[in-house]
Design a protein around this ligand. Structure first.
Ligand SMILES: Cc1cc2nc3c(=O)[nH]c(=O)nc-3n(C[C@H](O)[C@H](O)[C@H](O)COP(=O)(O)O)c2cc1C
Length: 347
């Protein structure tokens, strides 16, 4: 069987060194409504949001990336410190390696106090022996507020020895969700880069959905390169992020549900567009990963220098926030809620 540890390392290497983004998430189709008389004071714009019952200083989540090997531990340490400093959410990468080998638990340790901490595991593992106790343990270990079950059928298709039995998963997710909720743990269901669609998620008993749509990190590329398989014809597969958000957003009117927009969000204007579409927070993975490895010239280096990584991440997040604010200002929105629906489609 393929070793989890080397798999996670290879994902990082390909994500850093290959062009692993493909196509468009669809942001060019959204036009935010400009106001020449915003009638608000820029300095009073408030980016605080309530998410999963906690307060975030900015409406941003660091999405699941890694864990399970030494370098992954370093990445989680840096990202959790940054999440703590900025008051944003942090999701660890799949914790399956620490279930299979408890000695790897250390590599998921959270440093600092991010306001929202999220565990992560592949939902398909519910068909491969992972139990409620396993899940309760990985959540407890990092003192998480929620667990994200990822849905990654495309990735499993192209991954060597992928876990492809997706039978009965909806029922299993719902069963485990009700148990987790009794234990005070919220449930997120997320994709990993090919987007969620309404019919699949409408009956899922989740507190939050994370679209992780097409247009950002592309798993046909990453797994295709690892396996040396011909996955090119699938590079274009998936639901673009904008379409995925529009597809599922009406679920918010039907029940208490929060939405993370992710997949190809690369700047503050992309984020503003997601909030206009109705998302509660935005998530990113690849941009954060790259900042960790950038050297002084902005090139990807092989090693992590913690101080430099943190400076890069601070710069990236500050720039992101400084783009989000004008987008709110120019639409006359004092906060994230007020930009909702202030867009038109440019199809
Ligand atoms: C190197 C790498 C590893 C990832 N590992 C996981 C994972 O373990 N679990 C998960 O749910 N998503 C994982 N993802 C998917 C991200 O959490 C995110 O949903 C997706 O990459 C879309 O965001 P992006 O376009 O900003 O990268 C990973 C992404 C990257 C780049």
């Amino acid at each position: 069987m393929e070793n989890n540890n080397s798999r996670k390392k290879e994902h990082i290497r390909h994500a850093l060194h290959d062009k692993v983004e493909y196509g468009s998430a669809g942001f060019e189709k959204i036009l935010l409504k400009h106001k020449s008389l915003p009638e608000i004071d820029f300095d009073e714009i408030d980016l605080n949001v309530n998410f999963l019952g906690k307060q975030l200083k900015f409406p941003i989540i660091i999405e699941a990336i890694t864990g399970g090997f030494d370098e992954g531990g370093k990445i989680n340490e840096i990202l959790s410190e940054i999440a703590s400093e900025f008051g944003i959410g942090f999701m660890v990468g799949s914790q399956r390696p620490m279930i299979e080998n408890p000695a790897l638990s250390e590599t998921y340790k959270i440093s600092g106090h991010p306001p929202v901490i999220i565990s992560n595991i592949g939902a398909v593992q519910l068909n491969y022996g992972i139990t409620y106790e396993n899940i309760a343990n990985i959540v407890r270990y990092i003192k998480a507020d929620a667990i994200a079950f990822h849905l990654n059928p495309l990735q499993e298709c192209f991954q060597p020895a992928g876990n492809r039995n997706f039978k009965n998963l909806k029922k299993k997710i719902n069963e485990i969700s009700s148990k987790l909720r009794i234990a005070g743990i919220k449930v997120i269901v997320k994709e990993v880069g090919t987007g969620l669609n309404y019919d699949d998620v409408k009956d899922l008993d989740a507190d939050c959905l994370d679209v992780a749509g097409f247009g950002g990190t592309n798993w046909a590329i990453i797994e295709g390169k690892r396996a040396d398989k011909q996955a090119q014809n699938f590079y274009n597969w998936g639901i673009p992020t904008v379409e995925s958000i529009r597809n599922i957003i009406s679920l918010k009117d039907k029940r208490n549900l929060e939405i993370i927009a992710s997949g190809g969000i690369r700047n503050g204007i992309d984020a503003a567009k997601c909030f206009a579409l109705g998302a509660d927070v935005v998530g990113m993975a690849l941009p954060f990963l790259k900042e960790i490895y950038k050297d002084d010239k902005g090139e990807i280096s092989e090693n992590i220098n913690k101080e430099r990584a943190k400076q890069n991440l601070q710069k990236f997040l500050n720039k992101f926030i400084e783009e989000l604010k004008p987008a709110l200002f120019l639409t006359g929105s004092k906060n994230i809620k007020e930009i909702n629906e202030k867009y038109s489609m440019n199809d």
